[in-house]
Design a protein around this ligand. Structure first.
Ligand code: SAH
Ligand code: SF4
Ligand code: F3S
Length: 461
């Protein structure tokens, strides 16, 4: 088989990161080897995100630049995958005729076959576009044959942390959000496939798994096709029994579905990391209602209290949208107030952006761009300060760190269970490998990371 170079550029969320890994695995079977240099590629895949207008603009701007590449190398194949592909379909090739393939979020498994058809001279069949829906997610074993590991980087090179998608799509229709349109209906993967994949990674040396879904708390509950008795807390217990696994995480969870059973998992499962990303979006009940989030600020605070009761050390992060249509100064002050009440360890905050097909795109009372920018800046300045104060609470403490690799200035870099990045000097002559667990005494804290010194065995630990 002819060896060809593959360059994948990933935009957007962790689910897209995982999909890019799957694309690389699938294309490995067709002779494609990943390269880091886009200029050297025979196939460029843009795995795209459409969550805000800016994300979509980035894709079109890169596609514009790729026109030159194609002129220099007419044999180059350009493929668009992911959420913009799903949303735009054939329009992408109409706007950018040098694009060869458009593959939607539920059909990325078809990419090898679509490329084979182009290889066999089916160029006249352009547009090669598949954005159709699916009702079942094939297992990696079905897709890659008996050796699903072929094409995967070794844990030492490719990291000891892996993401595993446990469900696709979203049924929630928050009024601002494009995901239900770009990822389709919610479908859960079979438990056996998930356990198989986790087991395979753990056997190869992966030590940390993050289970992915837009709303993992409804895992197994909303399938159109299956009657699956396993819900998300049960799945967590099952995955946690995987031999060799040291850390387990998951993301994301809509607060409306956060059950007491799931919160209790933080007390019951020792490898479940005390770290929770719980997007709140706004501190105003009026705005939450217009967002169709189906919880109130009081509900949210109640869940935060319970989480902290089950797991006092838990670190919390969130997502915030500022400048949702109709958001008044008073609504925004309530978001600032929520920030003071919860004191999140970190947060991701965004200016509201109109997305095609969403309900809020049609709302009339849009907030001015400058007002959004001012609110975002005020929110982020305050959050940065709180993150720093939160991180300073760790100075003097001894924490367990999983080594991830070399950091700056001959330091090692790792991560705590609470998801803090930690930098520390490796002891002279030591050979720590990714995945090793070490104890570190924290002596400095920044906004985004901690620093400290490693405790040697038999020392003052
Ligand atoms: N499923 C996740 C969110 C996925 S999208 C959840 O419900 O929590 C990630 C984040 O992008 C969202 O939490 C939201 O804060 C932000 N976002 C989504 N649509 C947006 C829009 N139209 N404008 C600005 N931010 C948006
Ligand atoms: Fe979007 Fe809401 Fe679904 Fe999250 S839960 S992906 S914000 S529709
Ligand atoms: Fe973006 Fe699609 Fe993820 S819109 S955030 S890549 S689900």
């Amino acid at each position: 088989m002819k060896r060809r170079n593959l360059y994948i550029k990933t935009f957007g969320c962790q689910m897209n990161e995982r999909d890019s890994e799957i694309i690389a695995q699938l294309l490995h079977g067709s002779g494609f080897i990943p390269v880091h240099d886009m200029e050297a590629a025979d196939l460029i895949v843009l795995n795209t995100c459409s969550i805000r207008a800016k994300a979509e603009q980035k894709v079109y701007s890169l596609l514009g630049q790729l026109r030159q590449y194609k002129l220099r190398n007419p044999g180059l194949l350009i493929s668009v995958a992911g959420c913009v592909a799903q949303q735009e379909g054939e329009q992408i090739q109409r706007k950018m005729p040098h694009v060869d393939l458009v593959v939607g979020t539920q059909q990325l498994y078809r990419l090898p076959e679509m490329i084979r058809r182009l290889d066999n001279g089916a160029h006249h069949l352009k547009p090669a576009v598949d954005i159709s829906a699916t009702f079942a997610i094939p297992s990696m074993r079905e897709l890659t044959g008996p050796d699903p590991e072929a094409g995967l980087p070794s844990p030492a090179d490719g990291g000891v942390r892996k993401f595993i998608t446990i469900m696709q799509g979203c049924n929630n229709y928050c009024s601002y959000c494009v995901v239900p349109y770009t990822r389709g209906r919610e479908i859960s993967r079979p438990v056996a496939d998930i356990l198989d994949e986790v087991g395979m990674h753990a056997t190869r040396g992966v030590r940390e798994i993050t289970l992915l879904g837009q709303n993992v708390n409804s895992y197994g509950q909303t399938d159109p096709v299956a009657d699956r008795p396993v819900d998300f807390p049960a799945l967590l217990h099952m995955v946690a029994r995987t031999e060799g696994l040291r850390r387990l995480r998951f993301t994301t969870s809509n607060p409306k579905d956060l059950s007491d059973r799931l919160m209790r998992c933080f007390a019951e499962i020792d490898i479940l990391c005390p770290n929770f990303h719980l997007p709140v979006q706004s501190g105003s009940d009026r705005i939450l209602r217009r967002m169709n989030r189906k919880y109130t600020v009081a509900d949210y605070l109640d869940k935060v209290r319970n989480l902290r009761r089950y797991c006092p050390d838990i670190t919390l992060s969130t997502d915030i949208i500022v400048g949702f249509p109709g958001e008044t100064d008073e609504d925004f002050e309530q978001t600032m107030q929520l920030l003071e009440t919860v004191r999140f360890h970190s947060s991701f905050s965004f200016k509201y952006s109109d997305r095609p097909g969403t309900r809020s795109a049609a709302f009339g009372d849009k907030v001015a761009e400058q007002v959004k920018a001012d609110r975002l800046s005020r929110f982020q300045t305050r959050q940065d300060r709180i993150s720093l104060e939160r991180n300073r609470e760790y100075v003097g403490r001894i924490v367990e760190v999983m080594v991830e690799g070399a950091g700056k200035n001959n330091h090692l870099q790792g991560r705590t269970a609470g998801n803090h990045i930690v930098h520390f000097p490796g002891p002279p002559g030591s050979a720590f490998r990714p995945g090793d667990m070490v104890m570190v005494r924290i002596n400095r804290a920044g906004q985004h990371s901690l620093a400290g010194t490693m405790l040697m065995e038999d020392s003052d630990a």
